[in-house]
Design a protein around this ligand. Structure first.
Ligand SMILES: Nc1ncnc2c1ncn2[C@@H]1O[C@H](COP(=O)(O)OP(=O)(O)OP(=O)(O)O)[C@@H](O)[C@H]1O
Length: 351
């Protein structure tokens, strides 16, 4: 394989640590150290991973496209599949190209074709695998050039694409592949993996620290693990406050207080909280997206208010994305949120 990855199974607490041959003093990023080695280690997307396990067992791998948001295990799944299919032949029989490699037409013509023509001793009934990571950033010319290559060498070489948006892969390639969609991971799935790493690394943490990691990661396992490591390295304790300092986003407790004030119609208190957040230097985008995430999960809001709040926050988000990123814009949103629960009678001028 082009990018070698040796693994030492230091299975502690049911989790496998890859040390990549590095010395004990050299601290790998935990996303790499705890990158799953086998399909069984992959958390979430159970049905899709089950399909991959069947392919790994039967050996007849189709061309595949795995699509989904970043950091949820697409590349890892393909690497695990290739490892399980090819065993010892993995290094020789896998060509991995990602966005950091040149992947224009010339590479398709020379490198990929060259690899497809190469003779490699494979386990019975297996094929070589070309892994094209971040395939949606390949030019359409390069994708076009792959069409015939995929067909001509399909008896010896199979292709696996990982991408964030499958619609950026040209139709002819899509029609040659089985398309597997990965969805973002649930909070419980993130917690499960984080707890395994916390136990393996003996990380001191609190419940709210774990909740903060999950809240800020929004289903992205890579981000959750990176934030865990940064908080541990930076503060020596994973608490909610420390996590939000590391990710540098508004503390949801503060935002929750603001939303609560809006719900109770306390305009001054709500605006004061907003100004405090603004004064801390958060961008309007940070503030509005945290407002959305907090509103989604806040337990005290009635269903009706929640929907109305999300509607107003959505409109303000749109305006912010269009370029109006002022405190005034956010204050307008807060004012509208305060109005939602106020009795209409309050607005009728006295006779
Ligand atoms: N489902 C998962 N189970 C366990 N670990 C995961 C999972 N998803 C991601 N990770 C962790 O996050 C790291 C990055 O995952 P991976 O490279 O597979 O993401 P990806 O979905 O391919 O993202 P991108 O679209 O950015 O390439 C892995 O090394 C692993 O540590």
């Amino acid at each position: 394989m082009v990018k070698a990855e040796s693994s030492t199974a230091g299975a502690r607490n049911g989790i496998t640590a890859n040390t990549n041959g590095a010395g004990a003093n050299y601290e790998l990023p935990w996303v790499e150290k705890y990158r799953p080695v086998y399909l069984d280690d992959i958390v979430g997307n159970v049905e899709t991973v089950e399909r991959l396990k069947i392919i790994a067992k039967d050996g007849n791998m189709p061309h595949v496209i795995i699509s989904g948001m970043p950091g949820i295990g697409k590349t890892t799944s393909i690497l695990c599949l290739a490892r399980q299919l090819l065993g010892d032949a993995y290094k020789e029989a896998v060509l991995e190209l990602n966005a950091s490699d040149e992947r224009g037409i010339d590479v398709v013509r020379n490198r990929i074709k060259g690899f497809a023509q190469k003779k490699v001793t494979l386990p019975q009934g297996r094929q070589k695998i070309v892994i094209l990571d971040e395939a949606d950033s390949m030019t359409s010319g390069a994708q076009q050039a792959l069409r015939r290559t995929m067909e001509i060498y399909s008896s010896t070489t199979r292709f696996a694409f990982a991408c964030n948006q499958s619609n950026k892969i040209i139709e002819p390639l899509q029609s040659r592949c089985a398309i597997l969609r990965y969805s973002r991971l649930t909070d419980a799935q993130l917690v499960k993996r984080l707890l395994q790493i916390i136990a393996a690394e003996d990380v001191q943490h609190s419940e709210d620290g774990l909740a903060a990691l999950v809240f800020s990661a929004e289903g992205d396992m890579r981000q959750a693990i990176n934030n865990l490591q940064s908080t541990w390295a930076g503060f020596g304790f994973v608490s909610g406050d420390n996590v939000f300092r590391v990710v540098d986003s508004p503390h949801p407790v503060k935002v929750q207080a603001m939303i609560k004030a809006c719900w109770e119609g306390k305009v001054e208190a709500a605006l004061e909280s907003l100004e405090e957040l603004w004064g801390l230097g958060y961008s309007s985008h940070d503030i509005i997206s945290t407002m959305f995430r907090v509103t989604k999960t806040i337990p005290t809001l009635s269903e009706h208010s929640r929907l109305e709040f999300i509607k107003e926050i959505g409109f303000t988000h749109m305006r912010i994305l269009e370029g109006v990123q002022t405190l005034l814009q956010l204050s307008g949103c807060v004012a509208k949120l305060c109005k939602i629960n106020m009795k209409p009678g309050l607005f009728v001028p006295p006779p």
